[in-house]
Ligand binder design. Structure first.
Ligand SMILES: C=C1C[C@]23C[C@@]1(O)CC[C@H]2[C@@]12CCC[C@@](C)(C(=O)O1)[C@H]2[C@@H]3C(=O)O
Ligand SMILES: O=C(O)CCC(=O)C(=O)O
Ligand SMILES: [Fe+2]
Length: 355
C-alpha cells in the first residue's frame, strides 16, 4: 500500500515545545527578529505587482506560463471556486482560532504527527518565534474537529471536504495550463491517471492565523520559505501580509484582491520543470490593526511516485539538474535541510544517495 504524508513525519519527528505558542499580548525578545535571525529579514521591498490572471482570458496558457517562469507565483480570478465556499472556509478558520487556547490544545499536533494545532513546522529552523498559530489538516479532520467542536464538528468537516475537492480540481487545471505553456502534454505525465485529472494526488490544508501585533516591524508571521509542493493555492482574508521574493526586486507584497486566490510554484514543480518554473520564496508579515487569516492548499503528487525533470524539458544542452525522488523523500530532506533542500539534492544526481 502506498504511504501517506503522515508516514513521513512519523520517521522525522520535530520537537517544538508548546511554550512556543505565543501569548500575542506583547513582543518579548524571543519574538523580535533582526537580520541576524533571517538574512532576508530586512531585504528591500518593492512596489512591483504580482501578475493577476483572469482564468477566462483566451490567452490564459501563455499568461500562466509567463507568471510561473518569471515569478513562480500569480493571483487568479474567475477560478470557479464558489465565493460561498471561500466565505465558509474563512468562517471556519476564524471560528477555530477564536476558540479558547485550552480547547485548541486538545487538538495539538503531536511531535511525530502532521495534522492538528500548533506552530509551523519550520519554526524549528529559527531562533526566534513566529507571530502566528496554525492548524494542519491531512486526510479527514473528523477526530481533531470533534475535540474542537464536540457538537458542530460535522458541519466544519463538510466545509473542509468541499474545499479540498474544489482545490484539487483547480490545482489539476492550473497544472495543465502551466505545463501546457512548455509544450508538456497529458501523455507526458502518467501519474496524472487515466483521465489526466490527477486523482490520487495528496494535499494538506494549512489554516494560518496572524494575530494583531504590537510591533509588526520587528515581528515575523511566517518566516521565508518555499513550499515542498507541486503548487500551493492560497486564500487570504482582506488583510495584506503575504510577500514573495524575487532576487532582482526584493520583497513584493501580494495585496488581497476580493475573491481571488494566490498560486505559487513549489519545490516539486521546480524539479519537474528542471528549474524553468522557480519555486518562490515567500513569507507572511503581520500588522498592528487587524488580525489576518490565510488558508493554504498545499498540493503534491501521490507520495511514492518518482518525480524528476520531465524528459521533454531536458536535452544535452539542458541536462537534468535534479535526481528522481518521491515527495516522501523530498519532505524528509526538507525536514533536515529546510531552504537548502533543492541545492542539496541538486548535488545528488543518483537517487540511491537520497534516503
Ligand atoms: C505537505 C506539507 C507541506 C508542509 C509540510 C506538510 O506536511 C504539511 C504542512 C506544510 C507547511 C505549511 C506551512 C509552511 C510549511 C513550510 C510548514 O512548515 O508546514 C509547509 C510545509 C512545506 O511546504 O514544506
Ligand atoms: O499566510 C500566508 O500568506 C502564507 C502562508 C504560507 O506560506 C503557507 O501556509 O505555506
Ligand atoms: Fe508557504
Amino acid at each position: 500500500m502506498s504511504s501517506t504524508l503522515s508516514d513521513v513525519f512519523r520517521s522525522h519527528p520535530i520537537h517544538i515545545p508548546l511554550s512556543n505558542l505565543p501569548d500575542f499580548k506583547a513582543l518579548p525578545d524571543s519574538y523580535t527578529w533582526t537580520p541576524k535571525d533571517d538574512l532576508l529579514f530586512s531585504a528591500s521591498a518593492s512596489d512591483e505587482t504580482l501578475p493577476l490572471i483572469d482564468l477566462s482570458d483566451p490567452n490564459v496558457t501563455t499568461l500562466v506560463g509567463h507568471a510561473c517562469t518569471t515569478w513562480g507565483a500569480f493571483q487568479i480570478t474567475n477560478h470557479g471556486v464558489p465565493s460561498r465556499l471561500l466565505d465558509d472556509i474563512e468562517f471556519l478558520t476564524g471560528s477555530l482560532f477564536r476558540l479558547p487556547v485550552q480547547r485548541k490544545l486538545k487538538a495539538a499536533r503531536s511531535e511525530n504527527g502532521v495534522s492538528g494545532y500548533g506552530v509551523a513546522r519550520i519554526a524549528s529552523f529559527f531562533n526566534k518565534k513566529m507571530w502566528s498559530e496554525g492548524f494542519t489538516v491531512i486526510g479527514s479532520p473528523l477526530q481533531d474537529f470533534r475535540k474542537l467542536w464536540p457538537s458542530h464538528h460535522l458541519k466544519y468537516c463538510e466545509i473542509i471536504e468541499d474545499y479540498g475537492e474544489h482545490m484539487q480540481k483547480l490545482a489539476a487545471k492550473l497544472m495543465w495550463l502551466a505545463l501546457g505553456s512548455l509544450g508538456v502534454e497529458e501523455k507526458d505525465i502518467k501519474w496524472a491517471g487515466p483521465n489526466s485529472d490527477f486523482q490520487g494526488t495528496q494535499a494538506a490544508t494549512q489554516l494560518n492565523h496572524y494575530p494583531i501585533c504590537p510591533e509588526p516591524d520587528r515581528a515575523m508571521g511566517l518566516a521565508a520559505h518555499t513550499d515542498s509542493t507541486l503548487m500551493t493555492i492560497l486564500y487570504q482574508n482582506n488583510t495584506a501580509g503575504l510577500q514573495v521574493f524575487r532576487d532582482d526586486v526584493g520583497w513584493v507584497t501580494v495585496p488581497p484582491v476580493p475573491g481571488s486566490l494566490v498560486v505559487n510554484v513549489g519545490d516539486l514543480l521546480h524539479i519537474l520543470t528542471n528549474g524553468i518554473f522557480p519555486s518562490v520564496l515567500h513569507r507572511a508579515r503581520v500588522n498592528h490593526v487587524r488580525s489576518r487569516f490565510s488558508m493554504a492548499y498545499l498540493w503534491g503528487p501521490p507520495s511514492d511516485i518518482m518525480i524528476s525533470p520531465l524528459p521533454k524539458l531536458v536535452d544535452p544542452l539542458q541536462p537534468p539538474l535534479y535526481p528522481s525522488l518521491t515527495w516522501k523523500q523530498y519532505l524528509a530532506t526538507k525536514a533536515t535541510h529546510f531552504n537548502q533542500s533543492l541545492s542539496i539534492i541538486r548535488n545528488y544526481l543518483s537517487s540511491d544517495q537520497i534516503s
